[in-house]
Structure formats: C-alpha cells, structure tokens
Ligand binder design. Structure first.
Ligand code: GLN
Ligand code: ZN
Length: 764
C-alpha cells in the first residue's frame, strides 16, 4: 500500500475554538487549565480526523499556542534576556505569550519579538531572536507531552520540527546582519547537540519517523549555507530515527545536488508548486530512500484532478514501489478546516472546493487509485470528483464570454499616460493645492455604530434606504471633520467597507465568500480570504455613489478609494485553471472601468491601495522580474485611462523598497504614500538613491499606536524627507488607514499633522 501522511493540520479548530480560548485567557477571563484543555481536545479531534482518513501516522508539532516557530525557539530555550527567563527553569506558557505579544496574564510586560511573513504565505511567525554566543537547552516539555498524548489515544506519532538550518536562517539578532549571515552558522556547534537530545528523546518515546522541515532548500542559498547541510544531517542521523526531510513552496533547483548522499530516510517535495522536482529528486535518491510526493495543494482550496495526479505518479510508483509516499504539498495550516461548515455556497461551487478535511479524503482516494484498492464508496467518490471537475472546466461561471472578449482585446488598451511633468502641471492647475498638501490614507475610525449598521443591513433588519442614510451621515460627518481641521485632499472614510478586498469582491462577478473559511494569519488572528473562482466582471459601479456623495458635500477635492488589482489577487484564494497574471488582468480591467466612472462622476483624485504588492514576489530572485512585469502592467492597466488632470495615488504599507524601486516607479502613480514613520524616514533612502520621479507622501505618524504624534516631531521627520527629496513633491499624511483608531486620538493626531504642514509651508 502507498503510505499517505500529512505535514500538519490547521490548529485553530473549525469554529476557531483556539482563538476564543486564547483571547479569553489573555483577557484574564479563563484559567490556564481551561486553555490547556481546549488544546488537548482540539488535538485529539484533529488526530481522530486524520487517522479516520487512513493516515498511518499523525503529525505532532503542528499544534502551537501562538506559532510553531516560537514553540520551537522556546523548546530550545531561546528567550531574549528582557523576558527574564531563569537559566535552568522551564519556559512557561506565559513567557512564550509575552515573547509573542509583549504581555501575558503573568510576568512583567516587555517588548514583543518581531513577527514576519512565513515565506510567500500570509502566515506570520515570530522571528527567533539570537543573542551573541546564544546557548541552547531543552526548555519546554510540551512537544514530548503531545507525543505521549497521541500514543495514549492510540495514534502513531510523527513529530514535525523545523530543521536547524531553516530555524537559524529565520533567526535574527544584533550580532548578526541578516537572514543569510554566515555568522549564525557558528551557532550550530551549540545547537546540534540539543537537536540530537531531542531526537534521542523521540526515539525513547517509540517514535520511528521524524519530519524535519527545511523549506530554505527552495531559496537562493549562499555557499556556506549549502555546505552546512551535509554536516548537520550527518549529526542528526546519529539519533537513529528515520528522518523525512521536508521542503515546500517551490522547487529545489540547484539545491537538489545537496540531497545526494545525505544520510536521511526520505525527502518530501511540493509537487503542486514544483512538479518537476519529483523527477529531479528521484534522480538523486539512494536505493533505500523514500520520496514523499506532495500532490494535494496545501495552499489552495480546489479539488485535485485525481486521475491526472495518479497518472503522473504511476511511473514513480512503478520505480519506487512502497518507497513512494503521498501527502499534501505542505502543512494544511494555510487552508480552512472543513467545507461542511459552509451553507451559503451553492452546490455546484461547493463541489469544486476542498478544505483540509476534504483534502485528507482526496489523499485516500488517490491512494486507492494508485494501488487499485478503491472500494465501492471510493469509486463513487472518485466519480463524483470527476463530475465536479468537469462542471468546473465547462462552467459559464468560470468562463464568461464577455470577459473573454475583453481579454482578447486587452493588449490594445493603453497603459501609458502623458509624462509626469505634464500631468502634474495639469493636476496642480486643477486641484490648486498648497505646498506640502495634507491627506489621509482612506479609512476613518470604524465605530460600533458603523459596524452595527453594516451588520443589521446584511442581516436584513436595516432596510437599504435606512442603511444608505446611515452611511451618508457617516460620510457627512467625516467630510465636515476634515474641512474643520483643514485637510487638503479629503476622503469619504470607507465606513461601508468591512474589508478592503471583501467589499469589492462582493460586488464583482467571479468571487465567492465563505462563512467559515478561516485561515490563521498570526497568533489568534484569522482571515477569511475570498475565493476567485471565475472570470472577474464588474457588474455595476462599486464605489462611485459613496465617493460622489462625499464630493457633493464639499468644494475640496475628495479622493476616490479603491483596492488595487494585485492586492485583490494576493489576499484571495485564486483559481488555478489559468495563470495568476490573467486573473490579475481581469481584476485590473474591472478597476479600470471603476476608475473611469469615478472620473466621469467628478472625482479627480483616485487612490488604488497596493499594500500587498511586495508580498507577491516569488521566493527566488531570478523569478522576480516576471512577476513585477505583470504586476506593474496590471496597476497601469487600472489607472491609465484617465486624463492628465486626474491624479492617481497609490498606497503601500511598511515595505522594503530598495530592491524593487524601478518597478515602484514604473507603476507611475502620481503620488505614492508609504510607511516611513517607524523607521524615522530611513525607508526614504531608497527613493532618494533611485531619484524617484513622482510625488511622495512619507507617512509622518504611526497609526498602529494610539499615541498622539507631536507636531515638532512630524516637522522634523518631514525635514528629513526634504533633505532627500524635492520639497515640492512631498505630501503630508499618516502611514496607513485610521479604521482601527478611536476618534479622540484621530482628531488630536490629524490636527497636529495639519499644524505641522502649516509650519513647513511657513518655512518654505
Ligand atoms: N485605504 C485603506 C484604509 O485606509 C488602506 C488599508 C491598507 O493599506 N492596508 O484602510
Ligand atoms: Zn496601509
């Protein structure tokens, strides 16, 4: 029989039980024992699901109270000094929470550890903080306890742990320069013995297989890092366990050579992202080694083409026999738990989808197909899946003739506006803005009243007209407020938006929304990405009514607010039956129409937010340009149909711009607003070195904090900006939207900001 296994199951629970339990515990409403019990019962349930699906081991180590990398760092005793961890006592749960969040029900608050994106996913991990000469010891027992827990319940445990090289790569510290710093490799001397102790303890617990994740093997690796693999796995092999080395998210490419002769028992390959890796790894595999083919997507929610997959696997099956294993491509952490929770989706669409629980079923069906062991029920399920795939391929909902017709003509549409110098001249004449113009990023505080109105309207207890009135009242209040404090380019406040992608997605054909399709983003926070299942079409204007209502109230320019095509794509589950670039172009076309309608309606400043622009970058630098080319093209497609005097803005939150500056400039927005306040304008160096040609609003205060910024401080920051960029191209604005802020601090902060602009103008 072909062995099926899993790399990790979503830990949050189908009803986000872990989230609730964590937040109640953090708020001091429940005891730690209650929290521990939630964890135990979720694990038991998830193991049960996996074992019923026919997996012969269950992954252990995929459960985490906050983040699996943080779990591992604390197991290794890596706790920064400010958390006052005693050298030889265990790291407590609350210490781990303090590292993640700065505070916990017990222990002194301290600055939380840094958090950042996990490879190219929307999951965020806590960055291991490495001290110079960092030491290691086994400082948490929970992983070993979970293995016992699984054994007691009758499951065979396969621990899943971060590999030493990947864990070190992700680590940072004052003594080390960056991710690739070879200095970190010196820590291996101290680190490897502790890994060996861990593996030895697993062995004593009766563990046979351990999965060691080394996803950095799909990155561009400096030579010293490549060289370290041999030594590391020689050492880890000493413990006498069978090591499954797991990678995901991309291909090995040149790193496949590192696998040759490595003393490991098997390799896991992401065959969804990198189908060619199967052959490449097979070619370097030794006589005894296992190949684990990750063929069910752990990153997307579409049903697998079982026949096609079985066909690709067949030659490998013949060559490898029992040495071919099959699995999801990566941990199922990145997909929602169970499709059965969805009652709002129609039957056809539902039949196309597969969440974590369904993916395990697919795995078992695939096993049956490969081995020729499908029973009657299995055969029926395979038939049903074939029918679903066929309906998806042929559906009018996925292939809309009018969108196809537009797409066929898309190359004829202009992406080129007049030169910036000519545009900005026309815009200055039209808008008549002062020097250092002030504006905001779009949203104003989302009060309880706003949320209640939206909820009641959706639930049907508030009529369309009453809702419209309520939103208009919010808009009016926001407009009057902005006039009163003296802002120059106003916004309508985005009260009607629950979420910047969902709002537009709901108004576009081709999008679907789940009720419970939650995916963990970080800690207890989950997101519910929309599903782009079909051709995207704008059925009617989406934002024009709100923006023109706002404009009707004032003589000052109101900025129309849209979400850019790349961000819409990046924060959704995207159809897999056409290139992402094509889906993005469809989004761009829809937005292009919206931009034109806004312009027609008398909106002369239009912003397309692209906070996720950088997130789309592929893992390998060599692949960047292809992505950047189509991403920039889509942005330009959305924004180039307007006249010279219509001013296009874009906004990006905290981002490193240095290495993609040319593309940012190529987007050719008239004004870009960015996050720079937290780095004291350091980020601006990128714009200075590159001689960024258009206008810039370097956010002058951090909206993530409730603190009211000081006027003089903002004047100083703008002074820093003016040293680097011509003053007549600078705007004054906060660094992001204000929706999470309260009104009191918003008013005080914006007043101070407008005052700062006045000081700047007087000095100019
Ligand atoms: N216009 C959005 C807002 O103000 C931008 C949000 C973002 O950049 N993430 O809320
Ligand atoms: Zn932002």
């Amino acid at each position: 029989m072909t062995i099926i296994h899993n790399l990790g199951f979503p830990r949050m629970g189908a009803q986000r039980e872990l989230k609730r339990s964590l937040e109640a515990y953090w708020a001091g409403q429940t005891s730690q024992e209650e929290l521990l019990e939630t964890g135990r019962s979720l694990r038991a349930h998830h193991w049960d699901l996996q074992s019923k699906a026919g997996l012969d081991t269950v992954p252990i180590g995929d459960f985490a109270w906050y983040d699996q990398i943080l779990e591992w760092s604390t197991l290794l005793g890596v706790v920064p000094a400010r958390f006052a961890q005693a050298d030889n006592s265990p790291v407590s749960l609350d210490t781990m929470f303090r590292m993640a969040r700065g505070r916990a029900p017990s222990g002194t608050p301290a600055v939380a550890c840094e958090m950042t994106k996990w490879f190219d996913t929307n999951y965020h991990y806590i960055v291991p903080e490495l001290a110079p000469g960092q030491t290691f010891r086994i400082a948490r027992e929970s992983l070993f306890e979970q293995i016992e827990e699984a054994k007691t319940l009758g499951y065979k445990a396969k621990p899943v742990i971060p590999g030493p090289l990947t864990w070190l790569w992700l680590g940072k510290g004052d003594a080390y320069e960056g991710l690739a710093d070879v200095g970190k490799l010196a820590l291996l001397d101290a680190l490897l013995p502790v890994y060996e102790q861990v593996l030895t303890r697993f062995k004593a617990q009766g563990v046979e297989w351990v999965q060691i994740d080394e996803p950095i093997l799909v990155l561009d690796l400096p030579q010293q890092w490549q060289d370290a693999f041999g030594r590391v796995y020689q050492t880890l092999n000493q413990a006498g366990l069978s090591v499954l080395l797991a990678t995901y998210f991309d291909d090995f490419r040149e790193n496949v050579a590192l696998l040759k002769g490595l003393p490991i028992a098997g390799v896991h390959v992401d065959a969804v992202r990198a189908p060619a890796a199967l052959q490449a790894v097979h070619a370097v595999l030794g006589q005894e080694q296992i190949l684990s083919a990750g063929v069910i997507s752990g990153r997307n929610i579409w049903r697998t083409d079982l026949d096609k997959t079985a066909q690709t696997l067949q030659p490998l099956k013949e060559a490898l026999g029992e040495r071919l294993w099959i699995a999801p491509s990566c941990s199922l952490l990145h997909v929602p738990v169970d499709l059965h929770g969805e009652t709002g989706l129609d039957a056809e669409l539902t039949s196309w989808l597969s969440f974590a629980v369904q993916k395990l079923d697919e795995l078992r069906l695939l096993q049956g197909l490969l081995d020729g062991t499908l029973d009657e029920a299995g055969k029926q399920a395979v038939q049903a899946q074939r029918a679903a795939l066929k309906s998806r391929r042929e559906s009018r909902r996925t292939h809309n003739p009018s969108v196809q017709a537009q797409m066929a003509q898309i190359d004829k549409l202009t992406r080129q506006r007049a030169p910036f110098a000519q545009r900005i001249e026309a815009q200055r004449n039209k808008l008549k803005l002062p020097a250092y113009p002030t504006t905001t990023i779009g949203s104003f505080p989302q009060t309880i009243e706003i949320r209640t109105a939206r909820r009641d309207w959706r639930g049907g207890s508030l009529s369309d007209s009453a809702y419209e009135k309520a939103m208009q009242a919010e808009i009016e209040q926001v407009i009057r407020f902005q006039e009163r404090i003296g802002l120059d380019v106003l916004v309508h406040g985005e009260a009607e938006r629950n979420d910047m992608v969902e709002y537009f997605g709901e108004l576009l054909a081709g999008f679907a929304f789940t009720q419970n399709g939650w995916v963990q983003s970080y800690g207890s926070r989950c997101v519910k990405p929309p599903i782009i299942f079909g051709d995207v079409l704008r059925v009617a204007p989406m934002s024009v009514a709100w923006s023109s209502y706002a404009q009707s109230l004032t003589d000052l320019p109101v900025k129309g607010m849209l979400t850019g095509p790349v961000t819409m794509l990046q924060w959704s589950f995207v159809r897999d039956d056409q290139p992402r670039a094509d889906t993005c172009r469809q989004l761009a076309l829809a937005l292009r129409e919206e931009v034109s309608d806004l312009e027609q309606a008398g909106i002369h400043v239009i912003q397309l937010d692209e906070p996720a622009f950088r997130e789309g970058l592929p893992l390998r630098k060599g692949d960047w340009q292809v992505y950047l080319d189509w991403a920039v093209d889509c942005f330009r497609l959305s924004t180039s149909a307007v006249s010279d005097e219509t001013q296009i803005h874009t906004h990006m939150c905290y981002s490193e711009f240095n290495d993609i500056m040319q593309s940012i400039a190529d987007m050719d927005a008239d004004v870009i607003t960015i996050e720079t306040s937290r780095s004291n304008m350091l980020l601006l160096e990128a714009f200075e070195n590159f001689e960024y040609p258009n206008d810039i609003g370097p956010g002058v205060y951090d909206i993530h904090s409730p603190n009211v910024p000081d006027k003089d401080w903002m004047v100083r920051l703008m002074g820093e900006a003016a040293k680097r960029l011509p003053a007549d191209r600078l705007w004054v604005n906060p660094d992001c939207g204000l929706k999470t802020r309260g009104w009191t601090e918003t008013e005080a902060s914006l007043l101070a900001m407008v005052d700062a602009a006045k000081v700047l103008r007087a000095a100019a």
